[in-house]
Design a protein around this ligand. Sequence first.
Ligand code: URA
Length: 437
Amino acid sequence: MNVVDLITRKREGQELSGAEISYLVDEYTRGEIPDYQISALLMAIFFRGMNSRETLALTESMVHSGQVMDLSHLPGLKLDKHSTGGVGDKTSLVVAPLVAAAGAYVPMVSGRALGFSGGTLDKLESIPGFNVRLSLSQFKATLQNCGCALIGQTEEIVPADRKLYALRDVTATVECISLICASIMSKKLAEGIDGLVLDVKVGEGAFMRSLEEASELAQNLVSIGNSMGTKTVAFISDMNQPLGLAVGNALEVVEAIETLKGHGPEDLTHLCEKLALKMLTLAAPPEKAGAAREKIAHLLRSGKALEKFRQIIRAQGGDPNVIDDYSKLPQASHRRDILAQRSGYVVTLNARMIGEASMALGAGREKVDSQIDYSVGILLRKKIGDFVEKDEPLATIHFNRESKFQEIRDTVLTAFAVGPARVDPPSLIKNLVETSL
Ligand code: URA
């Protein structure tokens, strides 16, 4: 097969066959096709899209680029969740230990920051020593001992997504339904799970800005999961404003721990409870939902979910003392408040701008090999619907480079619109997609 011909055909909007897609994925994974050709192919896919046959073929090729885990020796349910990416979305850090504390296994293969959105792996790596690069055998052992393990794509598990994910991040080819579907579902289907709950984000700080696009993405994800034998459902949730108050890696770890301690922001706590409940009741009759809800509340109240997180951190080489002493996490050298320029109600709080400001601080990557600054980020002090007095803080910026501050301050200030009329905060959960296309 000729790679240039395949790129050309996709550029012209033609369908690629399963064999052609599999050739491209396999050869790229083996290093036989260079990044520049796959970058061109990704851009052609971005503009021309893929139909459902191509998307399924891409997903299957990516799943089989590495090993598919067999966890049948573990008793009980193997469950996972995955978000399509947002700003301040640290739900995995709460939900994974919570569901593991409830007795299920959570074998989570996750991703890094993508564009302006944060990544679970980067957040975890802000915990000193935390190793997200476990070998497959270490991953399985941790899963067996703790009920949960969190890693990234490796040479052994979805190596194709490992390369494609990093390439999409720096070639402006993230916001594409087929590429998102294949990326997410390849990771999840390689885990050998019984059930999957997806959180499809919609709004300014999501890859899908309209409800229509988010619904299409959710339908496609659910369809691929179910057709490949994994019970899959998808929530569609708001990402017009950031989730919770913290944006930036170490700051988000603190907020996740606070949530596990029962002191998290209301929106984040609510979404985590909803995701965990859906995971635990995916295969259960509706009358079991009450007991599962009780169990979740108990695990949070009693500190058992928090203790599970401590156990996971320790098992993956991290410093578990961060749970009791946040100063053990990376700290930025400066903190400065952004003050409201007028009194009024917060009408909009643009999640994308906050994500971009956080990236500009150093919390994300601009190139494949950019180093992340785990300590920096933005702590929101007001959200949509809150009243703010003139000169009261809207947000606090945690930063290390003074030279960047002014530009970032302006972005954060622009992200907030303050007006005289009270508005209701956007509803958090918009929809639940349970059936395939
Ligand atoms: N999360 C992923 O794993 N992949 C995407 O493409 C987007 C979000």
